[in-house]
Ligand binder design. Structure first.
Ligand code: ADP
Length: 506
């Protein structure tokens, strides 16, 4: 397609062009509509005026004209210039005739028909008869040979004895009215293109003013890419709809940047986590290969490698689970159950191993605590929290598990008298791979830093939440709240919809 055609298409498709055309169309329709209505009103007013004038003339004729023995006589003071003028005006377009259409003549023999009336033609006997017998005034428009229209008002005037009717008509030329209407029409028609052109220019200009900031926003948005998500579109400070759009857009970029950073951090953490056991396996195998000579030494190297492989598969399993949870593939399987029993079972599992570690584990559970939850996930959550509490509580300490029925849900509290968590670390402990440094040693027993991420996700997936309070050296307290009867429409697993992701949001 030639460049010029493409450019034209580009312009015609632009919002600016379409706005301008809409402006022009709107203006045209409005102007034509207004003009038509205005012209019709003007015509009506002019017509009413001329009819009123003729009615008055007719009344004047009846006042001044007497017909005695077929002789019309005009009664007025001939020395009064005003009256003479009135009579002169009345007789500009007029006729006085008898019932047969014969024009009457006055005493001086002057035929009572004006030149102008003569030019439009005499009345037919039928018309005269109709005018004489009708009670209503007769109105008629007639043109002369030159095409000048006249409005005529005719009727009957009786002789002095009120017996014989005579046909009298007065009229006025409509030329002035036609001229006024014509002038109005032409002036208006001449103005329309002017108004439309200026309307288009105004529309083009206003559309440009309105759309330039949009283009600027679009250009600024174009500069933002995956690698420079730090850029923001500057607000114009006008506090208008466009600023609202910019603000919304910037907030979206904020969220995108956060997600990008999280993904980046996640990949770094994962590679770091995987690298440690891989390096260890490699080191052990190298040592075995180059220095081991006895079967025991080989066995030990293989045992150590196996432990690291175990840790590797643990990490991979946890990551798989996490990514399933994040992508919404891990749909909750909710069933109605007694939460007390579930928590009691988990606590039981921890009793024996930690009795040896001399940590007291107590549970305060109500007899019945009905809830609709995913058994496996809630078990995982309680188990993670209890395991952490026990792990970070030294010998002689205590871990208390408490479950309580609340009005709008259930509250699970896991409290310990362990080492606690410093305020600096508290906001991060629910992040993936986050471990309080120097806390849980190293080696295969070392946690993955994923347990609390799961806890947070499970609580959130059940429409609940988890919060933590802790004072270093004194202990920690994790509180999970779960709404018991989750409304059907808010259930994340309703109709198989994926559960919410965002593992490190609380
Ligand atoms: P991990 O699986 O390694 O235990 P978590 O996500 O469960 O990871 O916990 C993150 C960090 O939070 C842990 O490394 C630990 O330092 C801290 N933490 C968790 N629970 C407690 C607790 N009850 N007392 C003290 N520190 C805790």
């Amino acid at each position: 397609m030639p460049r010029r055609v493409r450019k034209f298409q580009h312009i015609t498709r632009s919002l600016r062009f379409r706005l301008t055309v809409s402006y022009a169309l709107f203006f045209s329709v409005m102007l034509i509509g207004v003009g038509t209505i205005y012209r019709r009103n003007l015509a009506t007013i002019l017509d009413t005026q001329i009819r009123d004038g003729l009615e008055q003339e007719w009344a004047a004729v009846k006042g001044y004209l007497r017909i005695e023995n077929d002789r019309p006589i005009w009664y007025y003071d001939r020395d009064d210039p005003d009256e003479s003028f009135i009579i002169e005006r009345l007789r500009r377009v007029f006729v006085v005739a008898d019932g047969q259409g014969t024009v009457l003549a006055d005493a001086q023999g002057n035929l009572q028909i004006s030149e102008a009336y003569e030019s439009i033609g005499r009345d037919s006997p039928a018309h005269i008869a109709a005018a004489l017998h009708s009670q209503q005034p007769q109105w008629e428009v007639r043109k002369n040979a030159k095409g000048v229209p006249y409005l005529l008002r005719s009727g009957a005037v009786y002789d002095e004895n009120n017996r014989k009717p005579y046909f009298v008509a007065v009229g006025r030329s409509l030329a002035d009215n036609s001229h006024i209407l014509e002038q109005f029409t032409w002036t208006y028609v001449a103005i329309i293109p002017l108004v439309i052109v200026s309307g288009c220019l105004l529309g083009w200009f206003l559309a440009a003013r309105g759309l330039t900031p949009v283009l600027e926003v679009a250009q600024a948005a174009q500069r933002i890419s995956g690698s420079n998500l730090r850029l923001r579109i500057p607000s114009r400070g006008a506090h208008d709809e466009l600023d609202f759009l910019i603000e919304t857009f910037n907030r979206m970029i904020d969220r995108l940047e956060n997600s990008f950073n999280q993904i980046r951090q996640f990949s770094t953490d994962v590679s770091h986590e995987l690298r440690t056991p891989i390096t260890a396996i490699r080191g052990q195998l190298e040592v075995a290969l180059f220095t081991a000579s006895t079967a025991d030494q080989y066995r030990e190297a293989m045992l150590n490698s196996l432990q690291d492989v175990e840790r590797l598969s643990q990490i991979v399993r946890a990551l798989l689970l996490l990514s399933q949870a994040e992508s919404g593939q891990l749909a909750l399987q909710k069933t109605r159950m007694n939460l007390s029993e579930l928590v009691a079972d988990v606590v039981d599992q921890f009793q024996i191993p930690y009795e040896e570690a001399r940590v007291r584990l107590t549970a305060d559970l109500p007899g019945d605590c009905p809830a609709e939850v995913d058994r496996i996930q809630i078990e995982r959550m309680v188990s993670n929290l209890v395991s952490n509490a026990m792990k970070f509580t030294p010998a002689g300490g205590e871990v208390r598990v408490r479950l309580r029925n609340e009005t709008d849900g259930v509250e699970l509290v896991i409290e310990d008298t362990g080492c606690g968590i410093a305020t600096d670390h508290l906001p991060h402990i629910f992040d993936r791979f986050y471990r309080v440094p120097g806390r849980d040693g190293s080696g295969p027993e070392r946690g993955l830093g994923l347990g609390l991420s799961f806890v947070a996700w499970i609580a959130k997936a059940h429409q609940g939440n988890v919060r933590v309070e802790s004072s270093p050296g004194k202990g920690s307290r994790f509180v999970v709240f779960l709404p018991v009867s989750v409304p059907a429409d808010r259930r994340p697993d309703a109709a198989g919809t994926p559960v919410a992701s965002g593992m490190n949001e609380l």
